[in-house]
Ligand binder design. Structure first.
Ligand SMILES: Cc1ncc(COP(=O)(O)O)c(C=O)c1O
Length: 321
């Protein structure tokens, strides 16, 4: 057990870096800060970190991983699904390539668990991070799957709880809640996926057909079913969020779990988006309790507020909406 995705990712990175001899880590340019920040810290500690590029859909080319790997590579860490645009990476193939050079393979699966079927053995991963609150469990709890035989150094030292991997008295109530959330996510996976798909398909087709100058970002098929990410040309995603909020619709531009002040999304930048495209971007996610009626209401609100914002947009003369 950990305190969430952030601790799981940090444990994987530091836990492997301090075990293995190699001083080279490979990750992607679109990871969550809970990977990028520890990577930056390790760079200051004389590790070399390579950041794999992505294409316009946010997908990594496995051949780029093959080119970067060396005998000094101790860890490859690539997220399962992106938290902004929802793109799913070819994890099985990436893990296989990493193993060809004896590197450990970790994946941040915080956004993927409960949205796609994950079989750690089938995917061949050594380490996998999960966060409870992404599957409707309690906040402040998560887990790091560690394959049998993979050696990892603990972040917390003390009384030796959790087989010495995380000292300190366990938060049993949180663990029980997380366990139940995992059980429900697994038992209801197929049903939840169909529900998410029904809602997001409806949202995407209505928005694209009914609001001009709109694109769906991320991969059209290789994506988690609960996420949609749009660019509305000629509007500011920030303004859009405020207007949506006034209509009781929660959306986000970048990472919803970042407490940072606004900065242009590093994910969209890595995907080659222009400043204007980044500015006009918005992420919407659906949950198990959302309804088709709520999707239709959201579309109606979006149609209205996008139109309003475009009338005062600095890009107004550029487009003929
Ligand atoms: C991909 C990804 N990794 C890590 C995290 C951090 O997880 P936590 O908030 O549980 O620490 C998040 C948060 O949403 C995330 O989306």
């Amino acid at each position: 057990m950990t305190s969430g995705g952030t601790e799981s990712n940090n444990t994987a990175l530091y836990g492997i870096a301090s075990q293995k001899k190699g001083k080279h880590i490979i990750t992607s340019s679109i990871e969550h800060d809970a990977i990028l920040e520890p990577c930056k810290h390790l760079e200051r500690e004389s590790y070399k970190v390579s950041y794999l590029p992505v294409d316009k859909y946010g997908l990594i080319d496995p051949e780029d991983l093959r080119k970067e790997l060396s005998h000094d590579t101790c860890l490859v860490t690539v997220m399962f699904a992106n938290n902004e645009v929802g793109t799913i990476q070819p994890i099985k193939e990436l893990a296989r390539i990493a193993h060809e050079k004896n590197a450990i393979f970790h994946t941040d699966a915080v956004q993927a668990v409960g949205k796609v079927a994950i079989d750690v053995k089938g995917f061949g991963v050594d380490l996998l991070s999960i966060s409870s609150h992404k599957i409707n469990g309690p906040k402040g709890v998560g887990a790091l799957y560690i394959k049998k035989g993979v050696k990892i150094s603990p972040l917390l030292l003390g009384g030796g709880q959790e087989s010495g991997l995380r000292s300190g008295t366990e938060n049993v109530a949180n663990m029980a809640g997380f366990g139940m959330a995992c059980k429900l996510a697994r038992d209801n996976l197929d049903q939840n996926i169909s529900h998410f798909k029904k809602l997001t398909n409806r949202l995407v087709s209505r928005v694209i057909n009914e609001i001009q100058g709109t694109t769906l970002n991320g991969h059209p098929e290789k994506r988690i079913p609960n996420n949609v990410h749009f660019t509305f040309l000629g509007v500011s995603g920030e303004d859009l969020i405020i207007k949506l909020d006034e209509n009781k619709i929660a959306a986000s531009t970048g990472s919803a779990c970042s407490v940072r002040i606004q900065r242009p999304s590093h994910v969209l930048k890595a995907m080659g988006f222009s400043h204007e495209q980044i500015t006009g971007s918005l992420r919407l996610t659906v949950g198990t309790t959302n309804t088709e009626q709520e999707i239709d209401d959201t579309v109606e609100v979006l149609k209205k507020v996008v139109k309003e914002l475009r009338t005062v947009s600095p890009y107004k003369s550029k487009y003929n909406f």
